[in-house]
Ligand binder design. Structure first.
Ligand code: FAD
Length: 387
């Protein structure tokens, strides 16, 4: 059946990501989880194939796919390895997109090709120990000294923070009371002024999640991304898009669980017949499939609206994120149940997926934050969106 939101080209992209994932990604998936192993070589390979920044145009080293194309990449990677899907989503939607949209020509020419090719690892550093949901309250400061900016403060939960060569750092450039009106985004190269400290996380292990401490990091005006005191807008605009991307992780993860569970139900025998012949199992599979199709439809609708420059994409982005994150947790939990003891072992995809899924309800804005966004749009209408 033709997909209303996807073209034949998107399908070809899906096929090539699948081939790539089976060859390079599946073999390292368990190691990443068990050893918290960061597969820099595979991430570089993702870059070479254009899967790290699918939306970046060819002049900056990417394949220049539309947003649905990048969503297909993230979804398909996550079907085999949600952790790599999560990394690709952040690199494309939060980082490359911020640079493409707000970067100067010099910033784009110098940095984007290196990120796109996988030569440089990049991080998006917004959250802090003090505050994640209330991002307008961040405390990291950038102060003007002798014509330069000096950054001090701490960031928390930063994906790839341990390994990044370059960071997008959101810092306060005015009084705390000014909240979102006094935040600026900076491009900061890795150097001795940045201390990194690993965080031992429950799922999506192998992403180099880190706490960062900035000790008198000096950057110039050339390193300001966008305009001074307009960094919060960059954070919000990138999050609007990233919420669709992270829904792609939820879809792929859930599909991976569904694939494993369906195969298991067909072959696992109990009481003299395959599990799939029991009505409870059939209903569970039907529920999973229904949830997946609903989630996929909302998510690709959000991406289609974005590709077609329709500002209502911001509403669907939060709806997709809220729905698919909860869906992924439910599908992974039910998957583990159907797999029985095997589902509780490190041998099963669903065990890892159950832990991985939980972060989808937290990162890029919690479930509660999505509800706040949806309710605000309900009562105040759509925000002004530049497309
Ligand atoms: C593995 C992982 C990777 C991450 N990667 C990154 C990254 O690369 N870059 C980055 O900047 N951040 C990253 N984050 C941080 C993530 O975005 C934050 O954890 C998230 O925004 C929540 O912030 P918080 O942890 O400070 O929780 P808090 O904001 O303290 O929230 C705690 C709880 O209170 C709820 N809550 C807060 N305010 C309200 C309210 N007004 N009404 C109702 N409920 C409320 C929240 O929904 C949540 O349930 C990552 C997090 C994790 C776990």
């Amino acid at each position: 059946m033709p997909d209303p939101f996807l073209t034949d080209e998107h399908q070809l992209v899906r096929n090539s990501v699948r081939e790539f994932a089976q060859r390079y990604v599946v073999p390292i998936t368990r190691k990443m989880d068990l050893e918290d192993y960061y597969p820099r070589d595979v991430i570089s390979e993702l870059g070479k194939q254009g899967f790290l920044t699918p939306s970046v145009p060819p002049e900056y080293g990417g394949p220049g796919l539309d947003f649905r194309g990048s969503l297909v990449v993230v979804e398909e990677l996550s079907r085999y390895n949600p952790t790599l899907g999560f990394i690709a989503e952040i690199v494309n939607d939060n980082i490359a997109y911020a640079l493409l949209r707000y970067g100067t020509n010099r910033q784009k020419e110098e940095i984007l090709p290196k990120i796109a090719s996988g030569e440089w690892v990049a991080s998006y550093a917004l959250s802090e120990p003090c505050c994640g949901s209330d991002a307008a309250a961040i405390e990291t400061r950038a102060e003007r000294r002798g014509g330069e900016w000096v950054i001090n403060g701490k960031k928390m939960w930063i994906t790839q923070g341990l390994y990044a060569d370059v960071y997008i750092v959101f810092a306060r450039t005015g009084p705390r009371e000014a909240r979102h009106r006094a935040i600026t985004a900076f491009l900061v190269r890795r150097s001795k002024c940045i201390e990194t400290s690993p965080i031992n996380v429950m799922g999506i292990r192998g992403t180099g999640t880190s706490e960062l401490t900035f000790n008198d990091c000096v950057v110039g005006d050339d390193d300001v991304l966008g305009k001074v005191n307009e960094g919060f807008k960059i954070a919000m605009v990138t999050l609007d898009l990233a919420r669709i991307g992270i829904s792609g992780v939820a879809l792929g993860l859930s599909q991976g669980v569904f694939d494993e569970v369906l195969e298991w139900a067909r072959t696992r025998m109990a009481f003299g017949k395959p599990l799939i012949e029991f009505e409870w199992i059939q209903f569970q599979l039907a529920d999973m499939k229904a949830k997946l199709e609903i989630g996929r439809t909302i998510t690709y609708k959000a991406a289609w609206l974005y590709d077609n420059k329709d500002p209502s994409f911001v509403l669907y982005s939060s709806i997709a994120k809220l729905y698919t994150a909860q869906m992924a947790v439910e599908i992974a939990r039910d998957g583990v149940q159907i797999l029985g003891g095997f589902g509780y072992s490190k041998e099963s995809f669903s065990e890892r997926a159950y832990r991985d899924a939980k972060v989808l309800e937290i990162a890029e804005g919690t479930n509660e934050v999505q509800r706040m966004v949806i309710y605000k749009i309900l009562t105040k209408g759509l925000p002004e969106v530049e497309l």
